[in-house]
Design a protein around this ligand. Sequence first.
Ligand code: GAL
Length: 426
Amino acid sequence: MRVTRGTTGAAVAASVLLALTGCGGDGDGGGAAASDEIEVFTWWAEGSEKEGLDALVAVFEQQHPDLAFVNGAVAGGAGSDAKNVLASRLQTNDPPATFQAHAGAELTDYIDQAQIEGLSAMYEEKGWTDLFPEGLLERLEHEGEIYSVPSNIHRANVVWANPAVLEEAGLEPDATYGSLDEWFTALDKVDAAGKIPLSVATDWTQVHLLETVLLADLGAEAYNGLWDGSTDWSGPEVKGALENYAKLIDYTNSDRQSLDWPDATQLVIDGQAAFNVMGDWAEAAFATQDKKFGTDYVTFPVPGTDGVFDFLADSFTMPVNGPNPEGTEAWLDTVASAEGQEAFNKAKGSIPANVEAKTDDFGAYQQTAVESWSNDEIVSSLAHGAAASVSWLTDVTAAVSKFGSQRDVAGLQQALASAAEKHAAE
Ligand code: GAL
């Protein structure tokens, strides 16, 4: 059975009430009706992202036919709306059975607020510690305890390009660019040809673009230093990166504030824009529209970031006082399983976190990600919870948004430096 939260509002409300009054469906007879429902909270509500979730749910339903998936998704790329809804639900003791959280600093937020359960015993019992790369497990851990189950690995520093638009502008369709400066020359040509050189969308996608520019200009080591205090946010390197970011924004579509990532990527798919910088969930948008890698679209690392994999991973949690811990465990079993990871990641554009999952039949773009993940240097994404806490990211996003209207590079640098000062020690 598959239901959406909207259609089962009464049932979910009843299960919340039962959980609050301590009469949950754990065999005490009080809440049997609600006990087979598993509300899974994500922001994969629409389009290609929902197709990824659907693929995972199909495996869940096959592995656990006795349980009912309840879709608690809240739309908005990168969880721009979902995270607020989730925060207020957690504060009012109304957690879903499980929710999506990024590996890294974002997960630490939930741990610090005692909102999610430790899962080390479950990992031990099920042998999961051998299933995931050590570097990833470290980002799911706090003081020796593991707190979530990773479902995927996404790459953030990818440029998606339309070869026909490039040719029209006199550019080689398979060219990659060694530096941002080389890329600016290409962007000028697209501009002269009358197309949008670089598409972008609302605030969080601008933060996403900014993080890749910081990575390009600072290099992996100094980029990592932004998150542990060893790189100076007020220094000349960051200033140079922000100037390049400002330049890039000048090449973007003017309606950006009213778009989310699928719209910006669609501009490339439809041949209205040449380039889009987006995480590899964009792969799913191309794939679901039957676009062929190498012909209808090409990809390359953001200029200046070749050899680096800007990483993020979605993971699923066991909330404290969750309505149905056994059901949550069943969902986590599916998430961890090779079968779940193969189906989900193939559709999502990402690569499996589970090292036993097979990727032979994944698409051509995804093969490049598999290769890069195993050979390249790995750094943590800012816009997707790996590098900085939710509160730090919120301050960065506000600064980037303000920059969008005021175009004050010095003001942006100052705001980013004070955000770092405020949050780095947290
Ligand atoms: C990221 C998430 C991805 C994808 C993306 C766009 O934060 O990790 O799985 O959903 O947002 O919404």
